[in-house]
Design a binder for this molecule. Structure first.
Ligand code: NAI
Length: 332
């Protein structure tokens, strides 16, 4: 059996972590023969709750768990980790805009960037889930200069999964039959869920999903707004933010990094922009990427029409504004 890898999950006493830990510990993310030592970080007032999570992990009797390290100390949490799920943050409450969260959360990701820089393996792959995820990932990477910027990604996989499920339902096919839906930009209500380049397999043949839906008004209107505001809709119904689906998406995202993407398929994630597709450089922008040997590459050459252009510019503008606000907070 392989040597265990150290994996940190922050916000480990929270609701997303509660679903995520089980997926990681049973081999869904790093593979069924990859043992893990789980580093669980939360804040001091949550140590009692975290102890309960540790008890439950033990009671799961999962053979891939080769150790559990619960802690409130970032230096302990990030020591020698090869993968980091940065989930811990102040969650959005009903009626709260993501921007309200920015200043509180950016400070957390500055501190964690510094701790990663000092204590993690230089090859560590960092997935930022805590909101505002894109800008938190940017801040985190800035404070971890010894770790390649490419190793920091932000989660838009939940948005991708939501869009994929929506189109599958619309077309009356299984969710696995819809591929290559794209999320462009920010994990926020300005994101652009794009079906133009997606495919659907129906009746044994693969065709363009946009043409198969055959309803431009829906795809440019209700579909886009439904995906953009799905998080708020879940909060309104559940009185808590998405957790099971967010954890599933976090597992999917890290699995894509660890195990690569299938031929002909891409996934969306927030990565440091190089200015591809004319979007602003040096913000963490969600692009379609392929992944090989744990390295992502932005899918190039997709035709962008005027509608997509305006949506992509809008969400890019929001990321520039968030970056300016975040860097101002960090300098205080
Ligand atoms: P939660 O409130 O249940 O758990 C958050 C946990 O983080 C708490 O236990 C809290 O004590 C902990 N925490 C706070 N500050 C910390 C710090 N400095 N270090 C370590 N832990 C810390 O929240 P939940 O539902 O688990 O959500 C976590 C984050 O994920 C929120 O920011 C939420 O907005 C975000 N989210 C992101 C999604 C995405 O698609 N990118 C989707 C859904 C949620």
């Amino acid at each position: 059996m392989a040597q265990p890898i150290r994996v940190v999950i922050t916000g480990a006493a929270g609701q997303i972590a509660y679903s995520l830990l089980y997926q990681i510990a049973k081999g869904d993310v790093f593979g069924p023969s990859q043992p893990v030592i789980l580093h669980l970080l939360d804040i001091p007032p949550m140590m009692g709750v975290l102890e309960g999570v540790v008890m439950e992990l033990a009671d799961c009797a999962l053979p891939l768990i080769h150790g559990v390290v619960p802690t409130a100390d970032p230096a302990v949490a990030f020591k020698d980790v090869e993968a980091a799920f940065l989930v811990g943050a102040m969650p959005r409450k009903q009626g709260m805009e993501r921007k309200d969260l920015l200043s509180a959360n950016v400070t957390i990701f500055k501190v964690q960037g510094q701790a990663l820089d000092q204590h993690a393996k230089k090859t560590v792959k960092v997935l930022v889930v805590g909101n505002p995820a894109n800008t938190n990932a940017l801040v985190c990477s800035r404070y971890a200069p010894s770790i390649p910027r490419e190793n920091f990604t932000a989660m838009t996989r939940l948005d991708q999964n939501r869009a994929q499920a929506n189109i599958a339902a619309r077309l009356g096919v299984n969710v696995a039959d819809v591929k290559n839906v794209i999320i462009w930009g920010n994990h926020s209500s300005t994101q652009y869920p794009d079906v133009k380049h997606a495919t659907v397999t129906k009746g044994g043949a693969s065709k363009n999903a946009y043409e198969a839906v055959a309803d431009e008004a829906y795809l440019k209107g209700e579909f886009v707004s439904t995906i953009q505001t799905r998080g708020a809709a879940v909060i309104a119904a559940r009185k808590m933010s998405s957790a099971m689906s967010a954890a599933k998406a976090a597992g999917d995202h890290m699995k894509s990094i660890w195990q690569g993407t299938a031929p002909g398929e891409w996934v969306s994630m927030g990565v440091v922009s190089d200015g591809s597709y004319g979007v602003p450089a040096d913000v963490v922008y969600s692009f379609p990427v392929t992944i090989k040997d744990k390295k992502w590459t932005i899918v190039q050459g997709l035709p962008i029409d005027d509608f997509a252009r305006s949506k992509m510019d809008l969400t890019g503008k929001e990321l520039l504004e968030e970056r300016a606000e975040a860097l101002a907070v960090c300098q205080d």
